[in-house]
Ligand binder design. Structure first.
Ligand code: FSO
Ligand code: SF4
Length: 554
């Protein structure tokens, strides 16, 4: 076995990638990512000690969240960049240890390898990296629970970083990250203790999504119902992908008088819904679909592309766009220029990309028309009377939360078929790139309420929960599970893991998860989720609709 990774839905053979990642990650990169998690655990050991002394360390906060985010599926393929982060992490870990020793803190009880191991030379790092991955935990169930926590933390870190870029931080969340990264190294924790850590991770998932929601709403205004153009204009364009709104804001501001238009791709689509971003006239439209279609869509876009987060698909050998892709933040790819913020001001300079765009042809149209979105909690709550009336009159009989991710597996056509087969009085609540499976279908509306209500990015699943809680209040119900809402979630990578854990921590039951259950759930851990939360895999569209109807009518 040259590597082992089973963190995403596309894990080879449904068990794990052992030779090369289905995502394109090679063994050398995979083991260096394992090493980055190892060093993040070591930094966390000492940062956790500092937290106990009431001392904050911003360098550790940034490092640990960035390390977790960097290792999310298809975020960073740049081996050298990942290795540089590992080296930086060891230095930081040793600095934190020195800091504690200077304060005469007794560290003799710390026995974790991640905290103590020192490389004598550079080669040792590569050797060590081979031994610190997922399989270092021998027991299948303990490994499963530990990884479930770590994947949840990766999602949490991604959302936390976006909030941090907008100046929003909640120390409780980063402090929990440290605590959890220490706990997953503790051989003395029982399976029950690890299971409660999983749920605690979910409750911090709710907190981080609430923080990011606040950061987005306070910075850019609350999303409003918006029609987004799917066509193209005649000027050159820049395509921006990923989830970081601070990045798109800076790009919009710097390009506003440049003669270049800005288009969103995949998870950047919801940028159009924010009042402060939509006021930029050159935020032209959304080009293309979910992340996995980029190999074709980037060809015809003609202009430069900026990745602010995952999901990067390695360009094909025959690609004609690989010399016009840029990355920023925790994302990276060998050979793609990476835009770093100015260390003094924190601002990013996108002038290189804007200059590049000016030399390019305008995008080729691949679609036309418009889609509608912007149904985050504030907008839906403004429509609450209309929605409640529609439910009371029976015009709307049920809601389906269908958030999450899209992916390349052909079996994901299930989600298109499911949306089409739903009764005409059902409304879909969505968030995340999963929506591209059905957001362009002519599903119509119910008394003016669109049948697909898109709240935004995957982190805006928080909004869907807010909407559910509001409906629970309006209908005077005790339990969120008494609402006529069913959950049919599609997952791909680790942000969907934190969304799922967040829903579980809020007590949501009977979630169907697809297109396949995670490879990292051991049979025993999967059983705990089935028994306690009614989690189920998807079946056929007909069977599933029938099962959901039974649940709703129970
Ligand atoms: Fe999708 Fe990719 Fe948002 Fe993910 S673009 S798959 S869960 O990164 O983060 O929904
Ligand atoms: Fe395989 Fe997914 Fe890991 Fe990539 S992230 S190596 S596809 S399990």
């Amino acid at each position: 076995m040259e590597m082992f990774c089973y963190q995403c839905q596309e894990a080879a053979k449904g068990t794990g990638c052992e030779k090369i990642g289905v995502c394109g990650k090679d063994p050398q990169l995979a083991i260096m990512q394992d090493m980055l998690i190892f060093v993040a655990k070591g930094v966390s050991v000492y940062a956790d000690q500092l937290v106990k002394l009431g001392q904050k360390n911003e360098a550790a906060d940034h490092f640990v969240w960035d390390a977790l985010f960097t290792t999310i599926t298809n975020a960073n393929f740049d081996y050298e960049a990942v290795r540089a982060k590992v080296m930086k992490g060891f230095d930081l870990r040793n600095t934190l240890r020195d800091k504690l020793e200077k304060q005469e803190v007794d560290l003799t009880a710390i026995k974790f390898e991640s905290a103590l191991w020192q490389a004598k030379n550079d080669d040792e790092i590569d050797q060590k990296a081979l031994t610190v991955g997922v399989l270092a935990t021998a027991d299948e169930d303990v490994r499963s629970l530990r990884e479930l926590v770590i994947y949840g933390l990766k999602g949490m870190a991604a959302y936390g970083m976006h909030a941090l870029h907008l100046g929003f931080m909640d120390d409780e969340i980063i402090n929990f990250t440290y605590k959890a990264l220490v706990a997953v190294q503790n051989d003395e924790l029982s399976a029950e203790e690890l299971t409660s850590l999983v749920l605690e991770t979910g409750s911090f998932g709710v907190k981080v999504m609430a923080l990011l929601d606040k950061a987005h709403n306070e910075t850019y205004g609350s999303p409003v119902m918006t029609k987004v153009n799917l066509g193209v204009g005649g000027r050159p364009g820049i395509l921006i992908s990923g989830h970081d709104l601070k990045d798109i804001e800076q790009l919009l501001e710097q390009s506003k008088d440049s003669g270049v238009d800005i288009y969103t791709h995949s998870e950047m689509l919801p940028a159009h819904y924010y009042p402060k971003l939509k006021q930029y006239k050159h935020l032209y439209g959304n080009y293309g679909n979910a992340w996995w279609k980029q190999n074709e869509e980037f060809e015809t876009f003609n202009g430069p592309i900026l990745f602010t987060t995952n999901c990067i698909v390695p360009p094909r050998r025959s690609s004609t766009y690989d010399d016009r892709v840029y990355t920023t933040g925790s994302s990276g790819f060998t050979g793609f220029p990476h835009i770093e913020p100015n260390p003094e001001t924190g601002k990013k300079d996108f002038s290189q990309i804007i200059a590049h765009a000016k030399k390019c042809k305008a995008p080729e149209a691949i679609e036309e028309g418009e889609i509608i979105g912007g149904f985050a909690h504030n907008q839906v709550i403004q429509l609450a009377d209309q929605v409640v009336d529609a439910v009371k009159s029976g015009a709307i009989s049920q809601f389906y939360v269908m958030g999450g991710c899209d992916g390349r597996m052909p079996s994901r056509s299930y989600y298109t078929d499911f949306a089409e087969a739903l009764p005409k009085d059902a409304v879909i609540l969505t968030a995340g790139c999963a929506k591209y499976r059905y957001n362009k279908l002519p599903l119509g509306d119910i008394n003016g309420i669109p049948r697909v209500l898109d709240a935004g990015q995957c982190n805006d699943s928080y909004s869907l929960v807010m909407i559910a809680l509001k409906l629970k209040e309006v209908f005077g119900l005790e339990d969120i599970n008494d609402l006529p809402i069913a959950y049919n979630i599609a997952w791909y990578e680790q942000k969907a893991v934190i969304v799922l854990l967040a829903l579980l921590s809020l007590g949501v039951k009977n979630i169907h998860l697809g297109p396949t259950l995670p490879a990292f759930l051991s049979p025993n851990v999967a059983d705990v989720l089935v028994q306690n939360f009614g989690i189920a895999p998807i079946g056929t569209v007909e069977e599933d609709i029938e099962k959901f109807m039974e649940l709703i009518n129970a």
